[in-house]
Design a protein around this ligand. Structure first.
Ligand code: FES
Length: 160
């Protein structure tokens, strides 16, 4: 009888030990998932400005998707690295591209085809659509300009 109890007791101990091991593994999994859910957004918040700056510096050239399809007197927004940029196809069949970050306080300006100018709606800043020169309003500097190469049905924008 005592032998049966020992056998049964050791079986229960074995099952109990397996349960404990399972619970430890499950707890580790839950802990890792929780750390990922909480830690990753914190990491992204802290790392984003550094990564963004690095990414913006690393990119030197971008092929603008569907850029060659852009009609005259129209603009197309695209990303140059992590920053917004603007490609303009002028009436005279020339092209311009600029970083679309206002030099005043960083809003995103837009091309206005009726006026043939780049306009920043935040404080009515105006830029020349060919050169990016700041021509009216509060922007203190021109928009940074890119080089544009159009060939073989592709539009490639690169750092000037
Ligand atoms: S942010 Fe563009 S004019 Fe002020």
């Amino acid at each position: 009888m005592s032998e049966n109890q020992n056998t049964s007791g050791s079986t229960e101990q074995g099952a109990s030990s397996e349960r404990r091991t399972f619970l430890k593994v499950a707890a580790c999994g839950v802990g890792a998932a929780w750390a990922g859910m909480v830690g990753y957004p914190i990491y992204r918040y802290i790392a984003s400005p550094v990564e963004e700056a690095a990414s913006a510096d690393v990119v030197t050239e971008v092929e603008v998707e569907k850029g060659a399809e852009l009609p005259k007197n129209a603009a197309l927004m695209f990303k140059f690295g992590t920053k917004p940029a603007m490609l303009i196809h002028h009436d005279d069949d020339t092209w311009s591209a600029f970083l679309a970050v206002c030099t005043h306080l960083g809003c995103t300006p837009a091309y206005q085809p009726e006026e043939k100018r780049i306009f920043c709606p935040c404080h009515s800043g105006v830029y020349d659509a060919h050169s990016g020169a700041n021509v009216a309003g509060p922007p203190p500097k021109p928009l940074p300009q890119f080089k544009v190469a159009v060939a073989d049905g592709k539009v490639v924008v690169s750092r000037a």
